[in-house]
Write a protein that binds this ligand. Structure first.
Ligand code: ADP
Ligand code: MG
Length: 616
């Protein structure tokens, strides 16, 4: 018998390694951007075509590579960043494993152009499937340009595994933001299919955050800054009134590397507690710098989890730094030019602080010392959020396939189209409706009476109407005389672009206007004009809730978001006519008895059971 153990050919070894390092276009983007940062570039331009599937190119003005380095960099474990095991404990660069370029060259057609400042000619290399096709001198500007075409062209199984362009592009935008946020001193741009999505001039961290997350943060950032011998923290948190219903704008960086940490997130949330509604999410971009030897570097570099030597110290530090920052902001509002004059002159902020007030403030009860105006806003958004809360709970239970809480089990209804006879039985027999608590509508039916929950019922009605619209009965659009514009963050722009076609079926004619701006040219003919902007903004916010969830398609998410957004809410007084049309519309539905999320829209109380209860 011959021996059977063999070394894998290099290109196969690289393809296998690529499986770990390059999962999708966005992972290649991350590696290339980080290499450009490590090369000391002050300008980094990213170009993608077809969400990176056709092309990813990064051009930097960094230190460039010599001819030999240019050839070497595609070898596996080829790196200029560590030389010995000791170096591992002092990593200051973003990369160090020397795996990225080898992996990329194993799964794409790669072109490299590079030149060092002190050399006259540069080097051009073409490499495909780990095999060098061309290598020659080239006249080129200082720095490096790497382009990779047709990612996974030689691994069809992986190529097929890629998601839709919009979804892959969203991942790319996420990675881009994470690197760009960490290096505000570097110019970054992102161009997708020839359209510039980001153009981020060099500036301060604060400016960078606003460039990325949107102008509405301009006057809404609180600076966080604490230094100790052990670690430093700096960055910004959003003022409590900017907390959102979606988690999104939350960034942690450790030694400038973006990380995900549920644990540290908890520390920030804790610092915010009392100041924001439960289940709302404050914005933060926080940078923790500490001695690299206190981190476990053996965690895979592309993974965003990280292990600290002492998590608890870091938790306490983060929490107190944020608390402190928020307290500063609330005890010294007169120094805060972001507050408008009427607020600055109100007693709560203009009078000197008593000990009591100071401790109230520093224990984070910001709202106690805040103005009426802001409290009103807070309460308003809080009641909004409670609905969210319900909405979310149902969805996440559904998602995990787990039964809801006990109460929900009790009220669970079977959510399926109702046979005509059954519907006839439940349907109110008279047009006499009574509204209770501005929320419930009572109506007599054949067997007794039903109590309808007006919001749940309306969500059902709208959901089915929208579903029909999508299925081929588009809702008529009425052109606006004074079209409103909305300006979004680049990330939300990507998202809204995805929804434009379906929105038109729902009656909203929205057109891109460049620069992350959209014009709302028309809205549903049956909806009173004037609120289109708020409607779309809220819809997007809501849509993002579902965003990471694979169970629902894009349309389903849109329909549910819109149905919730436009439904008449509880605590709204309705007149007889309104109740009548609501009830009629409900029983015209295919599945009148529950909301899209499975909550009952009405409950039936049977006469014979009521009789029994009364001892008759
Ligand atoms: P790592 O970043 O872990 O060292 P890579 O495979 O990403 O590994 O890159 C290999 C080497 O190629 C780097 O160590 C660096 O010396 C060189 N290199 C890669 N990209 C660039 C770039 N944009 N500019 C200059 N040198 C680069
Ligand atoms: Mg690298």
């Amino acid at each position: 018998m011959p021996d059977i153990v063999q070394l894998l050919p290099e290109n196969i070894a690289n393809q296998i390694a690529a499986g770990e390092v390059i999962q999708r276009p966005a992972s290649a983007v991350k590696e290339l951007l980080e290499n450009a940062v490590d090369a000391g570039a002050t300008e980094i331009k990213l170009f993608v075509n077809d969400a990176g599937k056709a092309l990813i190119q990064v051009i930097d003005n960094g230190q460039g590579m010599s001819e030999t380095d240019a050839r070497m960099c595609f070898e596996r474990h080829a790196t200029s960043k560590i030389k010995n095991i000791e170096d591992l404990f002092h990593i200051k660069t973003m990369g160090f494993r020397g795996e990225a370029l080898a992996s990329i060259a194993g799964v794409a057609q790669v072109e490299l152009k590079t030149r060092k400042a002190d050399e006259i000619t540069g080097t051009y290399i073409e490499i495909e499937n780990s095999v060098v096709k061309t290598q020659q001198p080239i006249a080129v500007q200082q720095g490096t340009s790497i382009s990779m075409k047709n990612l996974f062209f030689n691994v069809p199984a992986r190529r097929n595994f890629l998601k839709s362009n919009s979804s892959e592009l969203r991942h790319i935008v996420d990675e881009f933001i994470r690197v760009a946020m960490a290096f505000p001193g570097i110019f970054f741009s992102l161009t997708s299919n020839g359209q510039q999505v980001f153009h981020l001039e060099k500036g301060t961290l604060k400016q960078r955050i606003v460039q990325i997350l949107g102008n509405n943060y301009t006057a809404k950032l609180v600076s966080v800054q604490e230094e100790t011998d052990y670690m430093n923290i700096y960055g910004f948190v959003g003022k409590p009134d900017t907390a959102k219903k979606t988690r999104g704008d939350q960034y942690f960086f450790v030694n400038n590397r973006f990380i995900k940490s549920a644990y540290l997130n908890h520390a920030v949330m804790n610092a915010f507690s009392d100041m924001i509604a439960k289940d709302s999410f404050p914005m933060y971009a926080l940078f923790i710098d500490l001695d690299p030897s206190r981190l476990d570097i053996n965690v895979h570099p592309t993974k965003q989890e990280i292990k600290f030597e002492d998590e608890k110290i870091i938790y306490a530090f983060v929490q107190s730094a944020v608390k402190h920052a928020l307290a500063q902001f609330s005890v010294t509002p007169t120094l805060d030019f972001d507050l408008d004059v009427s607020i600055q002159q109100s007693d709560a902020v203009s009078k000197p602080f008593t000990e009591d007030k100071r401790s109230a403030a520093s224990s984070s009860s910001l709202y106690k010392t805040f103005t009426q105006k802001h409290q009103a806003h807070f309460i308003e958004s809080k009641s909004d959020l409670q609905h969210w809360d319900e909405q979310l709970r149902v969805t996440s239970d559904e998602l995990q396939g787990q039964p809801g809480e006990d109460m929900e089990k009790k009220i669970a209804v079977e959510c399926a189209p109702e046979p005509v006879q059954k519907k006839e039985d439940k349907k109110p027999a008279t047009n006499n409706f009574i509204q209770l608590h501005n929320t419930f509508i009572l109506a007599e039916n054949r067997n007794g009476f039903i109590a309808i929950h007006q919001q749940n019922a309306h969500e059902r009605i709208l959901y089915e109407r929208f579903l029909n619209a999508i299925k081929g009965k588009p809702i008529a659009t009425q052109r606006s005389l004074f079209p409103a514009t909305i300006e979004l963050t680049p990330a939300d722009t990507v998202l809204l672009n995805e929804l434009l076609d379906d929105l038109l079926l729902l009656g909203y004619l929205v057109e891109p206007f460049g620069n992350n701006t959209f014009v709302i040219q028309g809205s549903p003919a049956d909806v009173i004009q004037g609120n289109e902007k708020a409607t779309l903004e809220k819809m997007l916010d809501q849509y993002k809730h579902f965003s990471n969830d694979i169970k629902f398609g894009k349309r389903e998410k849109l329909l549910r978001s819109m149905a919730w957004q436009q439904s008449v809410k509880a605590n709204t007084s309705l007149d007889q006519k309104e109740m009548e049309s609501l009830v009629n519309d409900l029983f015209d539905c295919e599945t009148p008895n529950c909301t899209p999320n499975g909550k009952p829209s009405y409950l039936e109380f049977k006469k014979d059971e009521l009789d029994k209860m009364f001892g008759r």
